[in-house]
Design a protein around this ligand. Structure first.
Ligand code: ADP
Ligand code: MG
Length: 249
C-alpha cells in the first residue's frame, strides 16, 4: 500500500465533472508526477488532498488514515505539506526567522509574530532551523531580510519553511512555473538534494516535461479528470495515448 491512496475520487462543479474516477497510489519515498493538459483536473485533485475541496465520491488516505473531512491545518499536522506556486514568506523578517515561524504555528493555523522573540531562545528550534538552512544551502544568508532574496532563494526559503515541519509527503503544484531555465534547474537540483537527505515522498504537479523527466520515478497522466496511464518516465515518453492526449499529436 502506498503512503497516499486515492480511490475512486470524483468531483463535480455544477455540470462539470472535473474528476471522474481517480485511482492513484503514491509509493513511500518516491517522486510521483501528475501531468496532463490544462483543465485535466490536476489542481482539483491536489485540493482534494489538502482539505481545500471535499470529493463527492471516493476516499483519500495518508498512511492509512482518511484525509477526508479534515481541515488543511489538520492535514498539515499529519505530515502533508504543500508548496505553493508563489513563495509565501514573511518579507520583513530574516531568513532564519522565516524558517522558525512554522515551528510555532498555533493549532488553529495562525501565527503570533510577536512570539518570535520568545522562540529565539529555544535551542532545539534554532538547531533544527539551522540544519534545514544548511540542507537548502542558505545558511550563509540566515541574517538577511527575506525580501532581499532572489526569486530562486525565495523558493529555497519557502522549501525550508516546509521542511522544518518535517513533512512525510510534500505536494508541489508546478514548482517551477514562470521560472527561467536556470532557476528551474536550480529547483530540480534542490528537490533532488532534499530527496537524498530526507525520507520524503513527493507528489508533483508539473507542466514542464523537463522537470518531470528529470525527477519523477512514476508518472500519472490525467486527462479529462481520469488517469489515462501510469508508468515509468521511459514508458510514458513513448506512449501513443500520452502523445495524443498530452502533446497533442
Ligand atoms: P488543471 O489544474 O489540470 O489545469 P483544474 O483542476 O484547475 O485543472 O480544473 C479542472 C476543471 O474544473 C476545469 O474545467 C476547470 O475550469 C474546472 N474548475 C476548477 N475549479 C473550479 C471551481 N472552483 N468551480 C468550477 N469549475 C472549476
Ligand atoms: Mg492547475
Amino acid at each position: 500500500m502506498g503512503i497516499l491512496e486515492i480511490k475512486n475520487v470524483g468531483k463535480r462543479f455544477g455540470g462539470l465533472q472535473a474528476l471522474g474516477d481517480v485511482n492513484l497510489s503514491v509509493a513511500e519515498n518516491t517522486v510521483h508526477a501528475i501531468i496532463g493538459p490544462n483543465g485535466a483536473g490536476k489542481s482539483t485533485l491536489l485540493n482534494c488532498l489538502v482539505g481545500k475541496l471535499i470529493p463527492d465520491t471516493g476516499s483519500v488516505t495518508f498512511q492509512g488514515q482518511s484525509l477526508l473531512g479534515r481541515s488543511p491545518h489538520e492535514i498539515n499536522q499529519m505530515g502533508v505539506s504543500r508548496v505553493f506556486q508563489t513563495p509565501e514568506i514573511f518579507a520583513d523578517l530574516t531568513v532564519f526567522e522565516n524558517v522558525m515561524i512554522p515551528c510555532f504555528a498555533h493549532r488553529d493555523g495562525s501565527f503570533k509574530l510577536n512570539g518570535i522573540s520568545a522562540i529565539r531562545g529555544q535551542n532545539d528550534i534554532k538547531e533544527m532551523a539551522e540544519a534545514i538552512l544548511m540542507d537548502v544551502n542558505m545558511i550563509d544568508k540566515r541574517d538577511m531580510t527575506a525580501s532581499s532574496m532572489s526569486r530562486g532563494d525565495k523558493r529555497r526559503l519557502e522549501m525550508a519553511m516546509c521542511l522544518v515541519q518535517e513533512p512525510k509527503l510534500l505536494l508541489l503544484d508546478e514548482p517551477t512555473a514562470g521560472m527561467a531555465r536556470a532557476d528551474t534547474n536550480n529547483t530540480i537540483d534542490l528537490l533532488k538534494e532534499i530527496k537524498e537527505k530526507r525520507d520524503i515522498t513527493m507528489a508533483i504537479i508539473e507542466h514542464d516535461m523537463h522537470v518531470v523527466f528529470s525527477m519523477a520515478e512514476r508518472i500519472t497522466v490525467l486527462a479529462q479528470g481520469t488517469p489515462l496511464v501510469e508508468d515509468t518516465p521511459e514508458n510514458i515518453k513513448g506512449h501513443p495515448k500520452v502523445r495524443e492526449a498530452y502533446l497533442g499529436e
